[in-house]
Design a protein around this ligand. Structure first.
Ligand code: ADE
Length: 282
């Protein structure tokens, strides 16, 4: 997969070189280009924004700067900075790598499309979900356009639809200063799902949201810590009981924290009976 990010703060994207993404770059599963929007500015001040038509506070990012930037990045003729992994030592396998297991994609193939995907993070976009992350993980080339101030002139987004498949997405109902942190969030959620990057597909399948529920609590050694015990069932060696307990913990957490998710989750008769008990306060 190739990611290109256009931003006025290239250094904000440096975290993409670290940890799992750095490892993906190191392995050749990921390429990341970061492009300074100001290199497309044409005036002496390198300005990228102007006051809004119709008045009001803030500044709007200029179409004459964004248009050529998006054209050049789509065509692969933008120079930018190619991020290098911060982790040049990563030949050793992670604990969840499975040697000899062929990586399996979540989405087998996407519809024939030559246009790259353009993601524009904005608080006015559609909410980004785990389902989107899975879909984006099958892309070959994703370009991110980071807006600042009051956003980007809307004609840039409309015009980009000629060159790109455009998605305006929000990472939550709050307002950030700009799209850069949203890019970090989306890139991390997507790249960990690229086949072969995390190594273990099972760990994706058990993620929160993968089955429409939140994951329950996890424990490791020691069995007793500061007077607190690991739930006994987890050390019983009875896998069926462990699976049932985990399922109930997942239902309980979802019931308590995100009850609206239950309406869409796949629930069997046993799950429904357990939720009924929770609802009755048992
Ligand atoms: N830019 C500013 N706020 C944002 C949000 N909540 N999601 C995505 N991009 C943003």
């Amino acid at each position: 997969m190739r990611l290109d990010v256009i931003t006025i703060f290239p250094e904000y994207l440096d975290p993409l070189r670290h940890a799992l993404l750095g490892k993906a770059i190191e392995r050749g599963a990921l390429q990341v280009g970061v492009h300074d929007l100001r290199s497309w500015a044409t005036d002496v001040h390198k300005s990228v924004d102007d006051s809004p038509f119709g008045g009001g506070p803030g500044m709007v990012m200029k179409p004459e700067v964004w248009g050529p930037a998006l054209d050049d990045v789509a065509a692969g003729r933008a120079e930018g900075q190619e991020l290098e992994s911060s982790l040049p030592h990563l030949n050793k396998p992670r604990h969840d790598d499975i040697e000899g297991v062929a990586p399996t994609p979540y989405v087998e193939s996407r519809p024939e499309e030559d246009k790259p995907l353009l993601i524009v993070p904005t608080p006015t976009g559609k909410p980004f979900t785990q389902a989107d992350a899975r879909e984006f993980a099958a892309e070959e080339h994703i370009v991110f356009a980071c807006g600042r101030y009051e956003g980007i002139d809307q004609r840039v987004i409309d015009d980009a639809a000629r060159t790109y498949r455009v998605r305006e997405v929000s990472i939550g109902d709050y307002v950030l200063i700009g799209g850069e942190v949203a890019v970090l969030v989306i890139a991390e959620a997507v790249v960990r799902l690229i086949p072969g990057v995390l190594g273990n597909k099972r760990s994706h399948e058990e993620d929160s949201f993968s089955d429409g529920l939140l994951e329950g609590p996890s424990y490791t050694k020691p069995r007793q810590w500061r007077g607190l015990e690991v739930p006994e069932v987890l050390t019983s060696g009875n896998h069926a009981l462990v699976d049932r307990w985990r399922r109930e913990q997942s239902l309980k957490r979802t019931f308590e924290r995100r009850p609206e998710l239950l309406a869409k989750a796949e629930l069997d008769a046993q799950d429904k009976a357990y939720l009924e008990e929770l609802d009755n306060g048992d």
